[in-house]
Design a protein around this ligand. Structure first.
Ligand SMILES: Cc1cc2nc3c(=O)[nH]c(=O)nc-3n(C[C@H](O)[C@H](O)[C@H](O)COP(=O)(O)OP(=O)(O)OC[C@H]3O[C@@H](n4cnc5c(N)ncnc54)[C@H](O)[C@@H]3O)c2cc1C
Length: 463
């Protein structure tokens, strides 16, 4: 990666929050030759889920999801971010772990690499402090304080926007000590033996269930004691992150077609018998001592989690390093409040970035930080911020945030909701493309349009 020439005497851009989004935003600003001040409240003040003072801490799963840039929207976003000189992707690639078709990372190495890069960057001034409200003399600010924005700043944002923030649930999946998993019952295999970016094709531990075991498990989930709702949590779940017991409530077969689907897997202990359902665990740390239960986010009480998850064959003696939990998420009604470059329409010196804008996920949050940083730096340099084409994953994502919905939050159940990147956010292809060729065609179009957007000079800067 090479630096752009440093324009003299530019005032700094203030980035509030050093998570996935703020870290990437600060990096992009500095890479465009503009100084940034990065304000992060940790470690002095933490959130309910962060554990360290590191930048870009992954608070739950260690997976950045599929790395397939020809068949998945998130893999395409990865590829675009790499082209755009993303610090987050650079660190992810340097600290990847085996995980089938997914890009999983050693969470500590990943966050440490990002922290070191930001600390070593001379154009970034790091200040460990909570920002209660952006002072009036900060003329360019990126607020990237995430789903767990500190209450004081959340109040200030609410006062500024006049909007009531929304809340929905994210949920943490349990983590199991590998040595406590019964290898006489389970086996290592990635679905369809997919090797992926750092895998071997045998990266998941699979726990097979017969029909009877599956039915008993569903009964236990349905009957299991759950953590009571608080008043502030009384909002709908985000569909991409449903607790496992809520999925079971939606239909007894739902899990078999979701996180417990048995497809693409063969039990070597009983190759002639197809499991009725399969629970999968994925490596969670570099040492390979911890495995997380994929898709098993839950709001069951801790004691119930231990009892019910031990019903799964192979986990009868499971020791849990961490049990599942539930967390609140705060996000703006962005289509109404933000302009197309993520500035607050009523106060354009403030720009928002990351999950607080209504994207969902580590990678999406970092991608929006990447764009916010580039937009703010361009403005500071007296240039016009250039929007990515809507045919790119970045363009599709920002389109969802700033223009994807027209209803207001208060208009009813169809109001703006957070979303992961997905092919539904991309403009349609010209007719005549066969169904099976659509995803690769959307990806190819995106990467070609990204190249055209970058142009020669910008391409050089991103390398
Ligand atoms: C419990 C939970 C589990 C999740 N699990 C997943 C998952 O498995 N996979 C996934 O892709 N996404 C997951 N998410 C979503 C994930 O948090 C976001 O995708 C991502 O971390 C958001 O990035 P961000 O930069 O917007 O916010 P964050 O990464 O949360 O960063 C915000 C930063 O701002 C700081 N901050 C807050 N207020 C202030 C203030 N006033 N002053 C200074 N600093 C402040 C915080 O300390 C934090 O470092 C989860 C979220 C939660 C809450």
């Amino acid at each position: 990666m090479t630096h752009l020439q440093r324009p003299d005497h530019l005032k700094p851009i203030h980035v509030v929050g050093g998570g996935l989004s703020g870290s990437e935003a600060a990096w992009q600003i500095a890479r465009r030759g503009v100084p940034a001040v990065l304000h992060e409240m940790r470690p002095d003040r933490s959130t309910a889920v962060h554990k360290s003072g590191q930048f870009a801490e992954l608070v739950c799963s260690n997976s950045l999801r599929s790395d397939d840039a020809e068949g998945s929207a998130i893999g395409l976003l990865h590829a675009e971010m790499r082209r755009l000189g993303s610090l987050v992707m650079h660190a992810a690639d340097a600290h990847k772990l085996p995980a089938g078709g997914a890009l999983a990372v050693d969470r500590e190495g990943f966050a440490a690499a990002i922290t070191a890069a930001l600390e070593d960057e001379p154009r970034i001034d790091i200040r460990r402090e909570e920002i209660l409200e952006p002072p009036p003399d900060w003329d360019s600010v990126i607020i990237a304080t995430g789903p767990l924005t500190s209450p004081a700043l959340a109040d200030a944002i609410r006062a500024l926007t006049g909007e009531t923030a929304l809340a929905f649930f994210d949920a943490i999946a349990p983590i199991v000590h590998r040595e406590s998993i019964d290898c006489d019952v389970t086996w290592f295999q990635s679905r369809y033996d997919k090797a992926g970016p750092a895998g071997s094709g045998a990266d998941y531990i699979n726990c097979p269930l017969t029909r009877g075991q599956y039915e008993a498990f569903i009964d236990a989930l349905l009957a299991g004691e759950k953590i009571a709702f608080h008043d502030f949590e009384a909002t709908p779940y985000f569909d991409g992150c449903l607790p496992i017991e809520v999925m079971a409530e939606r239909g007894r077969e739902t899990l078999r077609h979701g996180p417990m689907k048995p497809f693409g897997l063969t039990d070597p202990h009983r190759p002639a018998v197809k499991p009725y359902a399969v629970a999968q665990l994925r490596q969670d740390n570099k040492l390979g001592t911890l495995f997380n239960m994929v898709g098993f986010q839950t709001k069951l009480k801790h004691g119930e989690q231990v009892r019910i998850f031990r019903m799964i064959p192979g986990l009868a003696k499971a020791e849990f390093a961490r049990l599942g939990g539930l967390h609140r998420n705060t996000f703006l009604n962005s289509p109404k409040l933000l302009d197309e470059t993520l500035r607050l329409k009523s106060m354009p010196r403030l720009r928002f970035s990351g999950q607080i804008t209504g994207c969902e996920g580590y990678v999406e949050s970092a991608a929006i930080g990447l764009l916010a940083g580039r937009f703010a730096a361009a403005e500071r340099r007296g240039e016009r911020p250039r929007l990515p084409p809507p045919t790119t994953a970045h363009g599709a994502l920002i389109g969802h945030i700033t223009g994807g919905h027209i209803e207001t939050i208060d208009a009813g159940p169809r109001s703006f909701q957070p979303m992961n990147i997905n092919f539904g956010l991309f403009p349609s292809l010209a007719s005549g493309v066969a169904r099976s060729a659509k995803k690769p065609a959307i990806c190819a179009r995106a990467l070609a349009d990204l190249e055209a957007w970058l142009g020669k000079a910008a391409l050089h800067a991103a390398e």
